[in-house]
Design a protein around this ligand. Structure first.
Ligand code: HEC
Ligand code: HEC
Length: 247
């Protein structure tokens, strides 16, 4: 009797130890699993936050509309791809080009690199430089808005006004007021209101200034970029239609 009790007791102890071991192993295994899941999540988005921010700024300021997706070019023969510049140029050189533009006075009848210094912050320029130096990788959700089709010129124009970055310089609803301290007007002009309508009183006049731009001075003065060869005739007409809906 005593012996049997001892054996049963021993079995219970062995079982308890085994269960404790299993629980312990399970807990370890579980926490290991949790860690693996955590690592997998980080691995799915390995982009440096500064590079990711640069990708979004690249879309917001319509760099992508002239230099192409991932800065690969192919939009216009007058606009270079940016991979080579990213490999060859220092941060200081890239900052200088973004802030002061390139080629704007050499031949204003062709697309030129706009002057951005008065419009884009130093932090945003640093993010752009980090993005260009990282080789302009694809970053999820850093994509331009889709232009609605078959919903009329005004609807398409409203999206193009954002997609092409007009909004950064001329403000929401074309209200203007973005500082351009060294220019005569001290601000980038509105694209709405009585003065604008009086000066740009035909569709053709509005379309012409968007197509050809208007160089009003050297950097750091911000001028109107030249969009001919970048935007299609349909896009130019859509922008004109949208501007005419403004107050
Ligand atoms: C309206 C079209 C347009 C837009 C928008 C534009 N660029 Fe450019 N960019 C150009 C053109 C044209 C050149 C070439 C100028 C030249 O060499 O005379 C250029 C040149 C450059 C260069 C020098 C490339 C090289 O190989 O020397 C860099 C860097 C650059 N752009 C970055 C940017 C960034 C960043 C943005 C957005 C903030 C931007 N660009 C927006 C048209 C544009
Ligand atoms: C980098 C800043 C910048 C961007 C981006 C920009 N513009 Fe301009 N735009 C200007 C400046 C500066 C002027 C004033 C030029 C002048 O006085 O001759 C101007 C002038 C104009 C004018 C004539 C208004 C006037 O009173 O002279 C129109 C129309 C216009 N822009 C439309 C657009 C549209 C449409 C877009 C987008 C496709 C756009 N702009 C993008 C800076 C910009």
């Amino acid at each position: 009797m005593k012996n049997r009790l001892f054996v049963v007791g021993a079995i219970v102890v062995v079982l308890l130890v085994a269960v404790a071991g299993l629980v312990g192993w399970g807990a370890g295994h579980y926490s290991k699993n949790t860690k693996t899941v955590g690592e997998a999540t980080t691995a799915a988005a390995p982009v440096d936050p500064k590079v990711a921010a640069g990708a979004h700024v690249f879309v917001q300021f319509a760099c992508v509309q002239c230099h192409g997706v991932n800065g690969q070019g192919g939009v216009s023969p007058d606009v270079p791809a940016l991979k080579v510049a990213g490999e060859a140029l220092t941060s200081a050189q890239l900052q200088q080009i973004i802030n002061h533009g390139l080629g704007e006075s050499a031949n204003p009848t062709k697309p030129y690199m706009p002057v951005w210094g008065a419009v884009i912050s130093k932090r945003q320029v640093d993010q752009l430089v980090a993005y260009i130096h990282a080789g302009l990788p694809s970053v999820s959700d850093a994509t331009p808005p889709t232009v609605p089709h078959g919903q009329g010129l005004e609807v398409a124009g409203a999206t193009l006004y954002v997609r092409d970055g007009c909004i950064n310089c001329h403000g929401p609803n074309g209200l203007g007021g973005v500082p351009n301290p060294l220019s005569e007007d001290k601000v980038i002009p509105p694209l709405s209101g009585g003065d604008f309508r009086a000066e740009f009183n035909t569709d053709q006049k509005i379309e012409d200034v968007i197509r050809s731009g208007s160089v009003i001075g050297k950097a750091p003065i911000v001028s109107m970029p030249h969009w001919g060869g970048i935007l299609t005739d349909y896009e130019l007409k859509a922008l004109v239609a949208y501007l005419k809906t403004l107050k």
